[in-house]
Design a protein around this ligand. Structure first.
Ligand SMILES: C[S@@+](CC[C@H](N)C(=O)[O-])C[C@H]1O[C@@H](n2cnc3c(N)ncnc32)[C@H](O)[C@@H]1O
Length: 236
């Protein structure tokens, strides 16, 4: 797997407005307290769990795990650089919340089945698994042709993943998170050049240059679009 190193650097995904909205969304899904124990799988820099940890003064620092040792890991969390599957197979810790935000699609289908099985086992009673992933139908990211083809391919896999999750969870709730993105075209082009999403990881520099020309030709200088996630929640 190629590493995703520029996931949220200086993008709408790291803006305080986006993070505030995600926290409000999560607070509607579940009650957090001082006692809540959180595991964030594929946590990136751990921004979300760091905010929750500080806000609720969590006694057990949330654990973020990621296969990449990102720079600037946030404070008030524990971080481990480890493959999530390996961690879940071996850990004796249990959690109230196991959280996946835009990370489940990095795993092979066979691994996802194992991850879901182990995650269920690692939940405390009344615990929840919360999975957020790109909405496969209603996403409005500005795209160039080759990017669109890759995204469509990846979203097809996401639909299969969603079916697997539903099968494993049996009882679940579905909600949607929508964020209105307002950024300049030039900032978005920078994000593309830094391969901000896994769909862009396989593109060569030349392909990205051609793609960004297409974006310049097709979209206005100020971009305004929706970033939509689907959220599936399981409660033990
Ligand atoms: C798209 S980023 C999402 C980061 C974070 N959850 C967020 O929403 O800001 C996906 C993350 O999953 C991590 N990841 C991918 N495969 C992984 C694995 N096998 N075990 C642990 N983390 C993994 C990547 O390194 C990356 O940081």
């Amino acid at each position: 797997m190629k590493n995703l190193k520029n996931w949220d650097k200086k993008t709408w995904l790291s803006s305080s407005e986006y993070l505030t909205n995600i926290i409000i969304f999560l607070e509607k899904k579940t009650k957090f307290s001082k006692e809540t124990k959180i595991l964030d799988i594929g946590c990136g820099r751990g921004k979300i769990i760091s905010i929750l940890s500080k806000k609720y003064e969590m006694k057990n620092l949330p654990l973020g795990i990621d296969i990449v040792d990102h720079k600037n890991i946030r404070k008030k969390i524990r971080f481990r650089k480890i493959n999530a599957l390996k961690y879940l197979e071996t850990t004796k810790e249990k959690f109230d919340i196991i959280f996946f935000k835009q990370s489940i699609h990095f795993f092979k289908l066979i691994e996802i089945k194992k991850i879901l099985k182990y995650s269920k086992k690692k939940l405390n009673s009344e615990g929840k698994i919360i999975i957020l992933t790109l909405h496969s139908k209603k996403n409005h990211w500005p795209l160039f042709k080759a990017f669109k083809l890759k995204l469509v391919e990846s979203l097809k896999k996401d639909e299969i993943i969603l079916k697997i999750i539903k099968f494993f969870f049996k009882k679940y709730k579905i909600n949607y998170f929508t964020f209105r993105v307002k950024i300049t075209r030039s900032l978005y082009i920078q994000m593309i050049k830094k391969r901000f999403t896994s769909c862009l990881l396989g593109f060569s520099l030349r392909e990205l240059t051609i793609g960004t020309k297409e974006i310049r030709g097709r979209y206005k200088k100020k971009l305004n679009f929706l970033d939509r996630l689907i959220c599936i929640t399981y409660k033990k």
